[in-house]
Design a protein around this ligand. Sequence first.
Ligand code: CP
Length: 292
Amino acid sequence: MENLVSMKDLSVEQITAILEQAKAFREGATSSLKNKYTMSNLFFEPSTRTKMSFEVAERKLGLTVIPFESGFSSTLKGETLYDTVKVLEAIGIDALVVRHEQNNFFEELVGKTKVAIINGGDGTGNHPTQSLLDIFTIWEEFGTVENKTITIVGDIAHSRVAKSNADALSRLGAKVQFVCPPEWQGEFNCVHDFDEVIESSDVVMLLRVQHERHEVSGIFSKEDYHQTYGLTVERERKMKDGAIIMHPAPFNRDVEIASELVECDRSRIFKQMENGVYVRMAITEMILKGRE
Ligand code: CP
């Protein structure tokens, strides 16, 4: 694997190899990449989890990490993403994690630069590393993803997480279903009554309401959304024994999820973030080893 821009890049066998390697890293395995490669993380949209956990992952692998701040870069003078990447290639960067507001930004890079490209999120398109850490979290919890019922709830149309997970989880044999308001269902078939599916779900995966991507705002008040599509305390009580709550975060407390459920026994929200480091170590190592 030379790049990771979409979950479609990965076979089931490659996904499984990443899960196994992430588990090995969590159990203390070390990498042979120490001091061999230089990476940088180019984030043109805000991020806390993806940017910081990639940086931790790169440092744990022993890589050299060169800081990049988009707000102080020559992109503000009009330099394009392509030209920025060519600059970084010229000065010796081996791999880049890139988050950009433009869907499919990677199409102008892959095959045109020697730098490996890892997609840290493209607009409303893909978020493959989030999908892999979500899959890892489910796999660790249940020992398998196959035959698990995963209910993804919320702003499906604007969610790159929903799109990456829908593809990958289905290929791994999970039953994936969506709950959302009709206005936010995009290309997906969605159930509009959360209460119809809450009791049968092994995983309830909540999504952030992405106000910044809405052309029409104010369809719901926060309270209305919470009562209709949020995980309220009453709905959590209907979840079956052993079922878990996930959210890629950042979460809006008392909108997608009742504030008191964020750290409840069923919640794996912070576990997802912890797992993200090991999964991103495994992805980065797989890509860089592919260059050797
Ligand atoms: N889940 C996620 O992508 O979070 P950040 O936007 O903070 O990276």
